[in-house]
Design a protein around this ligand. Structure first.
Ligand code: ADP
Ligand code: MG
Length: 692
């Protein structure tokens, strides 16, 4: 962007605080953001159509003269306007209208309307069309390009948004932004200039194949994605180079606490755990900060590796902060670490957003006083938290945190000349090309082996019509002393509806399984209560835990060996795999029953098929990518580790190789361009955290 467009959107005339707030909800805070708020779809308003030629279901622009206007009651009050153009007649139907509108739409007035053609008994109609009164002097031209329809938010009208975007586009035309991509590349890839690309996606010329546009395959879109991916890649590489030059506290490689810990474990580490812990300890023994990603499938045993890393710090007399994405997970880590570290006499401090005032004060004092291990949630990076001798930050289940949160925590821990080492753990196996862009600032260690004795989770898919049978199976499992999860349907639109549905399921199951202890957790159960229930489940006091997908991540109850997932067809592969990872954690054989609503789509059928066939997270992930690449972008957000305006790491994966090649050239030959690219696309965040 030209730098002048990196100014607040409120500098556009007509944008007051209320409108600005709406825009902010769409991620639009600067004028340039409007350009990157891309259309959802397009409408063709380039031609005025004869009313007589319209067909059912099409969207069209028409012009005509009002014949009659009447307010009538047909079950409810409505205004009917009859419009004719000499070739035919159509009715405009309004359920909401003002007295002013009613007066303006009188017989003889000429209108231009845009709407979708519906058929009614008396002929054709538009319901609530967009319209404009035509006056002889303004009798305007039609649009000379396709009309963009933008994602919007309640209270912000499409027309308003379109108008503002139009202003931004006008500025763009007036001051062409400089070309930052190498000439050779734009030529080889047939990329238009940035200005032309943006104009094209907002205002495609008449006759453009909008289907190709919606698939984001047009060179204009590819250019935008490419440039954005490149900017992010560069910013992460920069970050990594900068970090490499910072100072960190070198930690102990093989101290006594670590040795005692490993000796005290009831199991021995797997080869993969030993190797990854070795890689981490190597990094930690250096005096520049580690930035390492620990990848391992659900149940592969990442936590014990994290504990080992923390002990490298403790052995050297320094502090470690461990951050989990949810209260539930943080508390689980607390229990696990306490259990392990009590045995070697190491204090564990705890900070959550839910501590009472006095507890919180005590926790803050313990942290400031140098407690060797600090566990918590986001609460850890509030201002009031003062670490003492913090040398290592561990973040669990990274995909729940954004890159910026991660960086913010690192900054926060920076004490004087030293920056803490950082270990990020994730169960989301990310294919290599994606990892290179999403995690270009991190080195990677992979736990590619599960603890011995784990049996694959036997997985079946059954139609919901066989629910009664499944309930019997649950009863039998409980009778055998096993514990069971019952996962309720995901309702993305509303966690209230989701909670209600879960309550209903729970009450039915309580009735059907009256001899067993059934409990329910969902997003709206108060945290204290939820923790009590989870603890009771862990202690074996609950037979059947009915839950929403809140239990998706990290929950570890080895005795649970049966999971039922309802409406599995609504969930993405990665999510189902995560959920299923809650069972199969002990040495008993486990099973997972995926219930689905009959009438599966082809895509859903394939997804369930993948899970039945394989238990391997990497295989699931690559299949997931393949299927989503085929069009079903379910849950893409999960891979959106970095917030992108245009690009999508899954959809645009094919660009990544070229991005890397270009990045190398730019870094060595054109450092000034690197800076500009990062500023154009990554902006403030990079300046704040990446020190570019
Ligand atoms: P995840 O990688 O999903 O975070 P966890 O760290 O929660 O996995 O480990 C899953 C379970 O496996 C835990 O109960 C843990 O105690 C156990 N575990 C970890 N490592 C081993 C091992 N080497 N041998 C046996 N059990 C192990
Ligand atoms: Mg875990």
């Amino acid at each position: 962007m030209t730098t002048t467009m990196l100014r607040p959107v409120t500098t556009l005339s007509g944008v007051g605080p209320a409108l600005a707030e709406h825009l902010a909800r769409l991620g639009v805070t600067q004028v340039s953001d409007l350009l990157f708020h891309l259309p959802l779809r397009y409408e063709d308003r380039t031609q005025i159509r004869a009313i007589g030629s319209l067909s059912l279901g099409e969207k069209a622009v028409i012009e005509g003269e009002i014949q009659t206007t009447a307010v009538v009651y047909r079950g409810r009050r409505m205004m009917l306007v009859s419009l004719a153009d000499g070739t035919g007649q159509i009715t405009l139907r309004f359920f909401r209208f003002s007295g002013y509108q009613q007066k303006a739409l009188e017989r003889g007035v000429r209108l231009r309307c845009f709407g979708e053609v519906r058929r009614v008994s008396g002929g054709m109609e538009f319901v609530h069309p967009e319209y404009r009164v035509l006056r002889p002097e303004t009798d305007g031209q039609t649009e000379d390009h396709l009309t963009a329809v933008y994602p919007t938010t309640e209270g912000l009208q499409q027309g308003r948004l379109r108008m503002l975007t139009g202003k931004a586009l006008d500025e763009l035309v007036a001051s062409e932004p400089p070309e930052l991509l190498p000439h050779q590349l734009t030529q080889d890839m047939d990329f238009p200039s940035l200005r032309d690309a943006l104009l094209f996606v907002h205002r495609p010329p008449p006759g453009t194949d909008t289907h190709q546009l919606m698939l984001c395959r047009h060179p204009a879109q590819q250019r935008l994605s490419f440039e954005e991916l490149l900017a992010h890649h560069l910013s992460l590489r920069r970050l990594r180079e900068n970090v490499r030059q910072e100072q960190a506290l070198p930690l102990a490689r093989d101290g006594t606490l670590l040795q005692r810990f490993i000796a005290s474990l009831p199991f021995s580490l797997t080869g993969a755990q030993q190797r990854t812990l070795g890689e981490i300890a190597d990094d930690l023994s250096r005096d520049n900060p580690m930035m390492r990603l620990l990848q391992g499938d659900v149940g592969s045993g990442k936590t014990v590796v994290a504990a080992g890393a923390a002990l490298c710090a403790a052995d050297a007399g320094y502090q470690t902060a461990i951050m989990a994405p949810t209260e539930l997970l943080a508390e689980q880590h607390l229990a696990t670490f306490k259990n392990w570290f009590d045995a070697i006499g190491l204090e564990v401090a705890w900070l959550s957003g839910r501590l009472k005032v006095a507890q919180r004060r005590a926790a803050l004092a313990a942290i400031a006083g140098g407690a060797p291990i600090v566990i918590g949630t986001h609460a850890l990076f509030q201002e009031s938290v003062e670490f003492s001798r913090l040398a290592l930050v561990i973040i669990d289940e990274q995909h729940r945190f954004g890159v910026h949160q991660r960086l913010a925590l690192r900054e926060k821990g920076a004490a004087g000349a030293h920056v803490p080492h950082q270990l990020v753990m994730t169960a989301t196996p990310i294919p290599r090309t994606l990892a290179m862009t999403a995690y270009a600032d991190l080195d990677t260690s992979v736990i590619d082996e599960k603890p011995p004795g784990r049996l694959p989770v036997e997985t079946v898919a059954l139609p919901a019509t066989r629910r009664a049978e499944v309930v019997q199976r649950v009863a039998q499992a409980c009778r055998d002393g096993r514990q069971v999860y019952w996962v309720c349907p995901l309702i993305e639109e509303s966690d209230l509806l989701e909670a209600e549905a879960a309550e209903e399921t729970a009450s039915k199951l309580t009735e059907a399984l009256s001899e067993f202890q059934v409990e329910l957790v969902h997003g709206r159960v108060k945290p204290d209560k939820r923790d009590r229930i989870m603890q009771a489940f862990k202690n074996g006091k609950i037979d059947l835990l009915v839950a929403t997908t809140v239990i998706e991540v990290g929950v570890d109850v080895p005795n649970a060996s049966l999971m039922i997932i309802e409406n599995a067809e609504r969930m993405g592969l990665a999510q189902l795999h995560q959920l299923r990872g809650r069972v199969g954690r002990g040495t008993d054989s486990s099973s997972c029953v995926m219930l689905y609503k009959p009438g599966l789509s082809q895509m859903a059928r394939e997804r369930l098929g993948v899970l039945r066939r394989t238990d391997d997270g990497f295989e699931v992930a690559s299949k997931d990518l393949q299927l989503r690449g085929a069009g079903e972008l379910l849950g893409t957000r999960q891979t959106g580790l970095i917030e992108m305006k245009v690009a999508d790491l899954v959809r645009d994966a094919h660009l990544i190789e070229g991005v890397q090649r270009t990045a190398i050239t730019l870094l060595s030959d054109h450092p000034a361009v690197v800076k500009k690219l990062i500023r154009r696309w990554v902006g403030d965040a990079a300046r704040q955290y990446g020190k570019v």
